[in-house]
Design a protein around this ligand. Structure first.
Ligand code: ATP
Length: 478
């Protein structure tokens, strides 16, 4: 009989231990459970598992402490770190500590099992990764949504590398923030991070902006100037909107990437730099390549690792936390008390389309902080342009939400007896729709609505509805 792979599960949450234990047993593995990192650590003196899976926050030693001890003793032992506090810092700290994978809770059991399987395969072939000490905090990136967790994982996985990264995502999704995080969590963290937006620089100044110029290189070049490449030496150069880079600059950039050196505009001495490039675009670069607008060879050089940042509308679950974060920040900036969104306002904004993504939400929060009258923000306090937008989520959420807005606005105007207006309007719409559906046949329409036929006739009268083909639907029934 072959030796069953031994998997240790370390978590103070009994239900998690139980679920994982059962799932792993079913897979023919041999799980063993510990309710604290300390117990696992003391057992490590006598025995080691094939894979270890651990929570981060537990009474006593944390999962990260356990991870670092395991790294010292058994550098090849894969450790999977899971946590309910799925923030970027724990993800990055796990990878920095040398974790094999990071598993945000709640997770799918099949996913966890697949990960354990992968770790087992890996432990058989892979040598240990070096561990790195913990590092400075990044500006906070909020993202509980699965798509953002993917982004965090990518940042964590790349944290020991200098590799070129291409970030894709619509405008305002947080591309620059992610580029900064990649830099701060890289071996270059202590060196400069220089950001440059290709769309914001006039074409004829771009080369001098990037590569600098010598005195007298062109009219207006009164002094020698170092370009962004030189400023970023040893660090990271973030090239935003790379799709807007003119063709000649693309050619030069490609040469710099290949040779690691360049000339200032008007210069004759080659300058050597060590710069990591992170590029970003909201455009489809493959499309630009096909259209002959972007050099294919440059594209391949940049497209080594790609990170996609989802639209805000594709991670609606993050909207309340983002809004709270921006409201708090705006309040700090303006030295006022932070505004609080009423639950219905929170729900309302969570269903908006947000074409300007996180930046639009951030600006909206600033607007609210200045403009909303009370501490608690009602739907009616939102910027008018948001109130007229379609709600995207689903048709059901849509009409209820519209009704809510209507009620909020009516109350804000000081209206009373709202139901006297709302209920007949509601019933009228239901009746009209059902009758249209049955081509005017009342008996069928009543059935669709869940009323008796007499009730429907009475309602039509009460509501003063002018309905065609009223009484002759008997003919259809018979
Ligand atoms: N997940 C997030 N958590 C907190 N703040 C965020 C997040 N994403 C974006 N922001 C904030 O939203 C604003 C826009 O983000 P950023 O400038 O990084 O977007 P971008 O994709 O680079 O935009 P553009 O393509 O227009 O340059 C910034 O103020 C940034 O700090």
């Amino acid at each position: 009989m072959t030796h069953a792979d031994n998997v240790w599960i370390v978590d103070d949450d009994r239900s998690i231990r139980w679920v994982l234990e059962k799932a792993l047993q079913q897979e023919g593995l041999q799980p063993e459970c510990f309710d604290s990192a300390d117990k696992a650590l003391s057992r490590l003196q006598q025995q080691r598992p094939d894979v270890l899976i651990s929570d981060i926050r537990m009474p006593g030693s944390s999962g990260l402490e356990l991870l670092s001890r395991v790294r010292e003793q058994f550098p090849r032992l894969p450790v999977i770190i899971m946590t309910a506090h799925s923030d970027l810092d724990s993800a990055v700290a796990s990878y920095q500590g040398g974790a094999f994978e990071y598993l945000p809770k709640p997770f799918d059991v099949d996913e966890a099992v697949a990960l354990v399987r992968r770790a087992l395969a890996h432990s058989r072939e892979q040598a240990a990764q070096e561990s790195e000490p913990t590092l400075a905090r990044t500006p906070e990136i909020i993202g509980e949504a699965p798509a953002m967790q993917e982004v965090f994982r990518a940042i964590g996985r790349l944290s020991n590398s200098n590799i070129t990264v291409l970030i894709n995502g619509e405008s305002g999704t947080g591309k620059e923030l992610v580029a900064q995080a990649l830099h701060r969590h890289s071996p270059r963290a202590r060196n400069p991070f220089i950001a440059l937006n290709m769309a914001a620089i006039p074409k004829d100044l771009m080369e001098s902006e990037l590569f600098g110029h010598e005195k007298g290189a062109f009219t207006g070049a009164a002094t020698q100037r170092r370009g962004r490449f030189e400023q970023a030496d040893g660090g990271t150069l973030f090239l935003d909107e790379i799709g807007d880079m003119p063709a000649e600059t693309q050619t030069r950039l490609l040469r710099v990437l290949a040779d690691g050196e360049f000339y200032r505009v008007g210069g004759h001495t080659p300058i050597k730099v060590d710069v990591r490039i992170i590029a970003a675009t909201h455009q489809n670069l493959e499309g630009l390549v096909q259209a002959g607008k972007f050099r294919e060879d440059l594209f391949h050089r940049l497209n080594v690792i790609r990170i996609h940042i989802p639209r805000l509308a594709d991670r609606r679950e993050d909207i309340p936390a983002l809004a709270q974060h921006f409201l708090a920040r705006a309040a700090l900036e303006l030295t006022v008390e932070p505004k609080i969104l009423k639950p219905q306002t929170q729900e309302f904004i969570s269903n908006l389309p947000w074409p300007g993504n996180v930046r639009q939400l951030e600006n909206t929060c600033r607007w609210i902080t200045v403009m909303a009258s009370g501490r608690e923000v009602l739907i009616d306090d939102l910027p008018p342009e948001l109130l007229n937008q379609p709600q995207e989520n689903n048709v059901n959420g849509h009409w209820e939400q519209s009704l809510r807005v209507w009620a909020e606005q009516a109350l804000a105007r000081g209206a009373h007896n709202l139901l006297d207006t709302a209920v007949p309007a509601f019933e009228r719409i239901m009746i009209e729709t059902a009758l249209r559906h049955t081509a005017g046949r009342r008996r069928d329409a009543a059935e669709l609505l869940g009323w008796g036929r007499n009730t429907l006739t009475r309602k039509i009268k009460e509501l003063g509805m002018n309905v065609d083909g009223g009484e002759d639907d008997e003919a259809d029934v018979g």
